[in-house]
Design a protein around this ligand. Structure first.
Ligand SMILES: CCCCCCCC/C=C\CCCCCCCC(=O)SCCNC(=O)CCNC(=O)[C@H](O)C(C)(C)COP(=O)(O)OP(=O)(O)OC[C@H]1O[C@@H](n2cnc3c(N)ncnc32)[C@H](O)[C@@H]1OP(=O)(O)O
Length: 243
């Protein structure tokens, strides 16, 4: 049996067209929450003012909680075959914690740019090492994906060679190093956009496309926002239609 590049085949057609009004609203809410998060860890206003704001934020949260999705339901803006993940904590425009990073193919590499904020702080004025690892995981996973090789992280190794400053444009570069069966090995770097050749962080990841039993266990309950079966569902793997 040949191994699948992704659960839905190597080159899925891009026929996904999300509701533009929803896309705009989610992007705007994500940006507003991002500003709120960033400002909430930077503010020095008086305690009474912070308490007032907290009460207001709780009221707004209650409005959003009026209807929600559960963890087995994709957002109406998400499409797995074309890699649209609106609420990724790294690349999601709808996620307030995300920088967010957008990745693109450039020759045989995948490149992303972002600027981290105080909400990503570890050592004062610098990125938390776990935040950098998250950037690296997403960079390497996206690099595999954009090469038609989806997989879950089986191994992630990092060398922290220089501290990553906050509020400073960064450039991320990934490239596929090796491919065999269900396994893809990817390497990547994080550097200052102003000094792209001086690596601050170097990473290597092994991404493995899970065997059908694992796909079923992890994602068997996954549905699209309108209740349909999510593309790439493990069941599809056994009927020969996509793998
Ligand atoms: C309906 C479909 C839904 C899909 C939707 C997703 C779309 C999203 C789109 C895009 C995302 C990309 C961006 C995201 C980036 C972030 C990614 C993450 O954060 S992933 C979360 C963290 N990772 C885990 O939770 C994995 C936990 N581990 C496992 O579940 C298993 O260990 C798994 C799936 C990784 C492998 O299990 P096995 O049973 O399928 O694989 P075996 O048969 O053991 O190995 C296959 C080959 O891989 C090698 N391998 C396995 N683990 C290895 C390791 N740690 N190091 C090196 N090689 C390893 C083996 O040696 C073998 O190689 P040989 O064929 O013999 O050459």
């Amino acid at each position: 049996m040949t191994s699948p590049a992704t659960p839905w085949g190597a080159s899925p057609p891009d026929t996904f067209s999300p509701d533009p009004e929803l896309q705009a609203a989610v992007t705007e809410l994500g940006a507003a929450v991002r500003d709120l998060l960033e400002t909430s860890v930077a503010t020095t206003v008086a305690p009474g003012e912070q308490a007032d704001v907290a009460a207001g934020v709780r009221e707004l949260t209650a409005r959003l909680a009026a209807t929600t999705r559960d963890r087995h339901t994709l957002s109406a803006l998400d499409d797995l075959p074309t890699f649209r993940r609106t609420y990724s904590p790294v690349s999601g425009v709808g996620h307030g914690f995300a920088p967010p990073v957008q990745f693109r193919r450039e020759g045989d590499t995948v490149v992303g740019e972002c600027t981290l904020g105080l909400r990503h702080e570890g050592p004062p004025a610098h990125s938390h090492g776990g935040m950098t690892a998250m950037l690296m995981d997403q960079l390497l996973g996206s690099t595999a994906f954009l090469a038609g090789r989806w997989g879950m992280t089986a191994h992630l190794g990092l060398e922290y060679r220089g501290a990553v400053p906050l509020q400073t444009p960064l450039v991320l570069v990934g490239r596929v190093a090796d491919v065999s069966g269900r396994k893809t090995v990817v390497t990547g770097t994080v550097a200052l956009a102003a000094e792209p050749d001086r690596e601050l962080v170097r990473g290597e990841g092994v991404f493995v496309s899970p065997r059908p039993e694992l796909l079923e266990r992890y994602f068997g309950d996954l549905t699209t926002a309108d209740g349909g079966r999510a593309p790439g569902h493990a069941q599809a793997a056994t009927d020969g239609s996509t793998l």
